[in-house]
Design a protein around this ligand. Structure first.
Ligand SMILES: Cc1cc2nc3c(=O)[nH]c(=O)nc-3n(C[C@H](O)[C@H](O)[C@H](O)COP(=O)(O)OP(=O)(O)OC[C@H]3O[C@@H](n4cnc5c(N)ncnc54)[C@H](O)[C@@H]3O)c2cc1C
Length: 470
């Protein structure tokens, strides 16, 4: 019996995909940039099955690539094309919410739960699970944690890591590490969960997580603003943070992004004329209905208009309009994808350095790749700006990568020089291995390699990802 036959017997043939056609969606990443053919796609239905499948793969010398919603942007949930034979292990059948405890402000979800489902379960209990971003309707808890996803509310509650109380993980040898506790304080040695958060499946398979919830926000006010410059946006952010309400979102959007929305998303109504060089989407909220959030927002905006930090503003009048504002931001990655090839980046700098970062990047890109079009937007409230360099019409992805691929490192280097990061929220996967090699502290890489070898001496888990030499 072949190893894959044995896995099919273990999980049941319908939970072990083997034909190229069945496996096709798992053999390519969301952007269509990374491809790799698995030997099989496994869909275990319980923690015990995950453990048995991983142990079996380890014994057979088959690598294991965990997959969640496959919305990752670093090529990490796809088998490495030049790596050892591997299976994709999809967590989609482990999708139960095991427990919601409103008094404890916690929720225990299995790794295959779609993030939006977790948000809904929290809301049903009168609580909020605050991580949110455009792909939340497809991304899963396991993928969110393994990439330490950020999203639009990081400025208020941090990345996914900050919201994890405990984890259940299948280790590379098939043993189950049960650290699924909801206790808030526990200094009994190393906080092991943090090893697996952001590890992109290279240290084990997350099967469930105890997540921290926060008070619900019955009052949310959202505004779409025209701002003259990133500097003005930064001043505006400071003003909003001092408004008295909670600032839960602050997105900076370059004009070209709205031009692309107008072109590729004619069903979306732009709230303001596309006349300003920059726009801001800001969201303020409160945990109690009596807090005058609207007045606080209006007062802050009046001051901002007077100070020249903002030239025009539209406030959402209802929930439908609020959602429309957000769709402009959240659907943008899809419009960008269909509008043609782009050199993408995922940088973060200290919030105060955002204007300098954008100015330096603009100058560097214009000087070396004048035929490209810089596209910038991001979670400016936490310093995470995504800069892309779009190809001129008619240029293929391969050709553009050949001509302008170095733009990515040019942007990364500027971020690092300003005290920032070349990987803010998408992870390393395969797409940033070169940056990891060039820009990460060699000692940090050495320590990471030691951790990898200690937990996964046979290199079973997601080989070829995150660490340049492992
Ligand atoms: C339109 C769009 C917008 C996005 N916006 C944002 C954003 O604002 N902020 C942000 O942070 N990200 C964003 N992303 C990136 C992506 O959605 C996140 O990285 C997400 O967390 C990935 O979750 P997933 O379930 O799709 O993971 P996958 O893509 O399936 O996997 C990602 C990584 O996690 C590993 N993995 C998956 N499940 C497990 C598990 N159970 N155990 C161990 N390892 C596992 C995989 O091996 C891989 O390394 C966006 C993506 C898209 C397509």
């Amino acid at each position: 019996m072949s190893d894959v036959d044995a896995l099919a017997e273990l999980l049941g043939p319908s939970h072990c995909l083997r034909t190229a056609e069945e496996m096709a969606p798992y053999a390519v990443d969301w952007r269509g940039a990374w491809r790799g053919q698995p030997q099989a796609v496994l869909k275990p239905g319980s923690v015990a099955e995950v453990a048995a499948a991983v142990a079996r793969c380890a014994a057979a010398g088959l690598a294991v690539v965990p997959a969640g919603g496959r919305t990752g942007l670093a090529g990490a949930a796809v088998v490495s094309s030049n790596g050892p034979p591997a299976v994709v292990l999809s967590l989609e059948r482990l999708n139960r919410i095991r427990e919601v405890d409103a008094r404890d402000f916690s929720l225990v979800a299995e790794a295959g739960c779609v993030v939006q489902r977790v948000q809904e379960a929290a809301a049903e209990a009168g609580r909020l699970f605050p991580i949110a971003w455009g792909a939340q309707g497809s991304a899963q808890i396991g993928g969110m944690l393994s990439t330490n996803a950020g999203g639009v509310r990081t400025l208020r509650w941090g990345n996914a890591r900050e919201l994890v109380l405990g984890l259940e993980v299948v280790l590379p040898d098939g043993r189950v590490l049960n650290d699924l506790r909801r206790v808030r304080k526990d200094n009994s040695g190393y906080a092991l969960r943090h090893l697996f958060l952001g590890a992109e499946g290279t240290l084990g398979v997350i099967t469930a997580a105890a997540l921290r919830l926060v008070p619900a926000l019955p009052l949310v006010e959202t505004a779409f603003l025209a701002v003259p410059s990133p500097e003005a946006a930064l001043n505006l952010l400071g003003r909003m943070l001092g408004s008295g309400a909670e600032v839960i979102g602050f997105e900076l959007i370059q004009r070209v992004c709205l031009e692309m929305v107008a072109e590729y998303g004619p069903h979306l109504r732009l709230p303001l004329p596309v006349a300003s060089p920059w726009f801001v989407l800001v969201e303020l909220a409160a945990t109690h209905r009596d807090v005058p959030v609207r007045r606080m927002l209006e007062a802050a905006l009046e001051e901002a208009l007077e100070a020249g930090e903002c030239s025009d503003a539209v406030l959402a009048e209802n929930e439908a309009q609020r959602r429309d504002f957000w769709r402009i931001r959240e659907d943008f990655p899809e419009f960008s994808r269909i509008s043609g090839p782009s050199i993408a980046t995922d940088t973060a700098v200290p919030v105060s350095a955002v204007p300098a970062f954008l100015a330096r990047v603009e100058a560097a890109l214009a000087a070396r790749w004048p035929e490209g079009r810089m596209v910038a937007l991001g979670h400016a409230g936490d310093g995470n700006i995504h800069v892309g360099l779009k190809a001129p019409p008619g240029v293929t992805r391969e050709e553009w990568v050949r001509r302008a691929g170095a733009a990515e490192m040019a942007v990364n280097e500027i971020a690092v020089a300003l005290g920032g990061s070349f990987s803010a929220e998408h992870g390393i996967g395969v797409s940033k291995l070169h940056a990891m090699q060039a820009l990460k502290d060699p000692l940090a890489l050495e320590v990471m390699g030691a951790i990898k070898r200690a937990l996964d001496p046979r290199g079973v888990m997601n080989p070829g990802k995150v660490l340049p030499r492992c």
